[in-house]
Every structure is written in C-alpha cells, then in structure tokens.
Ligand binder design. Structure first.
Ligand SMILES: [Zn+2]
Ligand SMILES: [Zn+2]
Length: 410
C-alpha cells in the first residue's frame, strides 16, 4: 500500500501514512487508533478462517451443546432448541437477540468475507463488492459467539453441584467456531480490502485532499471535501455524526430506564418439586455466593451489574467531556470510549445463561427453569447501551482540544 494522506476516524488528525508491506500495520500518531493492518496472506488466511468458521457454525447447530442428568432423568439442549424453548415461553424477542447475535450476524459476516476474499484472491470484480465490504464492517460489533461460549461454561459450573452435566459435541464446535470467527475479524481489514478493490478496478491512487476532506469511518478511504458518500464503499460521509450527542443521550436514558425493571423483576423462575422460586439478578448472584460458587458469582456480578454501570458512567462522562473546553484529557477519554465499545457485548452473558438453563432444565415438576421478564429488559438494555456508544462521535472530544490548540497558536 503506497504512502497516502489519511484522517484518523477517532481524533480527526490529518496525517501521512507511510507505505506499508504485508505483515505491517499503522496506527494514528496522536491517539494510537489502529488505521491499517496488512496480514501476510490476507486473502488466503481470511478464506481459511471464514470457511472453517462456517463449517464449525453448522456443526455447532447439529449436535447437543450440554447434557444433564438429575435423579435418573436425562435432558439435553442444542443451540436451536434453546431458541425454540424461548419462543415456546413467549420470549420471542430474546430468541431473536440470541439467533441474530450468535447465528445470523456471524453467518452473514463470514459469507461476506468469503465472497470478498475469493474475488480478490482471483482478481475478479463481482457485483456488489463495495456494499458487501460495508456490510461486513457494520455487522462486526454485533457478533457474540464468544459471549455465548462463556455463557455455556458459566451454566456448566452453575449446575455442576446440582446435577451430572456433560459437554456435548457441539460445545467444542461452538468453541472452535468462536475462535475461528475472532481470527477472521483480526485478519479482515476493511481499509486494505477496500484498497485492493480499487486496484482491481484500476482506480487511480488517492490524491492529496487537504484540510476539508473526510475519512470514511467504515473503510478508512480519504474522500474529497464535497463528497456526500464514500467513493469506495458508498457509506454516508459526515464530518461529525449528525445529532451524535442527542442520540447518545436518548439511547443512554432508554438503557438506564430498562436497567431498572431488569433488576427489580425476576431474571428466571425455578420450579422444583412444585415450588416456583423467582430470582432477580442480585438474588442469583447471592445464591451462587452462598452455595460457594465464588468464580461464577463474580463473573455474573461483573457482567450483569458492574459492566452496565461502568458503561452508563463512561457514556455520561464521554458526552459531558465534549463540553469541556479546553479538554486536556482528550486521549484519556478516547481510551475510555474504546474500553466502553470493547466491554459492551459481555453483559449479555447472564441473558445467555438464562437461555441455556431454560433450554436444558425442563423436567416438569421435578425441576424446570422459565425465563423471567427481566431477561427481556436486560437484553434491551445491553442493545441500547451498545447503540449509545456506537452513536457517540469520539471526534467531538478532540474538537474541544483542537479549538484550544488553535487559540494557543500551536
Ligand atoms: Zn487518531
Ligand atoms: Zn468507505
């Protein structure tokens, strides 16, 4: 990739990126944001990982994930039976979240990568490649196969003291699928794939654009000042995301409002020998702690109580920090933003644990688990905090800093 001008999509600094060879990567000189990473064999590696992940995804749906034995009664669950159990219990919304985040989004993402990598490997220009590139980037934050695997492990430890429980064949397929999916995400670099697409079409290299030009937040392409859509991937271009702050505030308030019923109402209801015991998130954590399952109690407490609170506080701090002029801590706030983006998905662990227990434990009056209404509001809360973080335009933090530098004549 030849040296070219680029504007960092996080701190908005205009800089020249050096020429890069396969195996090299470049980061922003001011905020450290990753700009491009070129794998040594980008197309072969992404094809291998993506095809492997797709096969493992099919295998993880075919066989049981977990098997359970209580007092001579057997039960087992597959991935699809867990979605069915939710639909049967009238929790279709949670089933949709489960199917979208663990099955459909990763499947579409992997197919998109296979399509792009195959075409680029054999230097063919296939229809819709630029839109497929954009789609792959937009789907990335919503894939939660790794969170689901942690959910299975937490359920396993949670049940170990109550029943005989064993991992099924599909658990191993799901584990390997989540690893292959993560590897695909690491190898796939939208900027490099987009650059190869331009080469394939014989488009001229990027010219010097100057101060007013905008980098595409999807593919990193540096577009001329007057462009409304990215010339490479057709994503809409904005110098700053429109209504970013009001959107983030509105989504954050919605998430906080959903967090209240998520804590007040039961997350799941356990029926044992005819007795129904509802339990909220905190009651579940306390029960696990009293039973001596300290690691699981800590994981659930961190994922379900601590991470949402940390996210609420950090998004509030980020929104408020855009009003600080001068903003001496712009770099700290940018790091806080990255951390907020990174941890968001992990709150879904407790919802997945409830899903797994509901699908696995249905032995009538002997022992059955039903989802509680809090599972819906909790899943909604996770989605809305993720949307709030995605709507926030981190460049606003640097605007305050840049304005101050300008007035100081730096
Ligand atoms: Zn930067
Ligand atoms: Zn673009």
């Amino acid at each position: 990739m030849p040296a070219h001008e680029i504007r960092c999509t996080q701190c908005d600094l205009l800089q020249i990126m050096d020429a890069l060879q396969p195996g090299q990567e470049a980061s922003c000189s001011r905020c450290g944001h990753h700009l491009v990473r070129i794998h040594r064999h980008p197309f072969d590696a992404s094809l291998a990982y993506a095809l492997g992940a797709l096969i493992l995804l099919v295998l993880s749906c075919l066989f049981p994930l977990l098997r359970l034995k209580i007092a001579g009664n057997f039960s087992e669950m597959t991935f699809l039976s867990s979605a069915k159990a939710l639909i049967d219990a009238d929790f279709g919304l949670v089933a949709n979240v489960l199917l979208s985040c663990v099955l459909f989004t990763p499947a579409v993402f992997l197919c998109a990568i296979v399509y792009l990598a195959l075409a680029l490997k054999y230097a063919k220009y296939w229809p819709g490649m630029r839109s497929v590139l954009r789609l792959a980037v937009l789907l990335e934050p919503w894939m939660m196969a790794d969170v689901f695997v942690i959910g299975i492990l937490v359920s396993l430890i949670k049940l170990a003291s109550l029943a005989q429980i064993a991992l099924g064949l599909s658990f191993w397929a799901m584990l390997l699928f989540s690893i292959a999916l993560t590897k695909t995400v690491v190898v796939f670099d939208a900027h490099w794939f987009g650059f190869q697409l331009d080469q394939l079409e014989g488009l001229p290299a990027q010219k010097l654009r100057g101060e007013g030009a905008v980098s595409c937040y999807v593919c990193g392409f540096f577009n001329p000042q007057q462009a409304l859509k990215c010339e490479r991937c057709y994503a809409r271009l904005h110098r700053r995301k429109p209504h970013s702050l009001s959107m983030s505030w509105a989504l954050l308030v919605t998430a906080i409002l959903l967090y209240i019923p998520a804590n007040i109402y039961p997350m799941m209801i356990t029926e044992s020998l005819g007795d129904k015991t509802p339990s909220t998130i905190l009651q579940g954590v306390l029960l696990l702690w009293n039973m001596g399952s300290y690691p699981v109690a800590i994981i659930i407490f961190i994922a379900s109580v601590l991470i949402p609170l940390v996210k609420f506080i950090s998004i509030t701090l980020l929104c408020l920090s855009t009003q600080k002029k001068p903003n001496h801590k712009a770099l700290h706030y940018t790091r806080l933003y990255r951390m907020t983006e990174l941890i968001g998905r992990w709150s879904m662990v407790d919802v997945f644990v409830v899903v797994i227990l509901v699908a696995l434990i249905h032995l009538g009056q002997l022992m059955s688990v039903y989802p509680g209404v809090a599972a819906v509001s909790f899943a909604g809360m996770v989605v809305f905090t993720m949307l709030a973080a995605l709507s926030f335009d981190v460049r606003l933090i640097w605007d305050a800093q840049d304005a101050q530098d300008l007035s100081n004549g730096k």
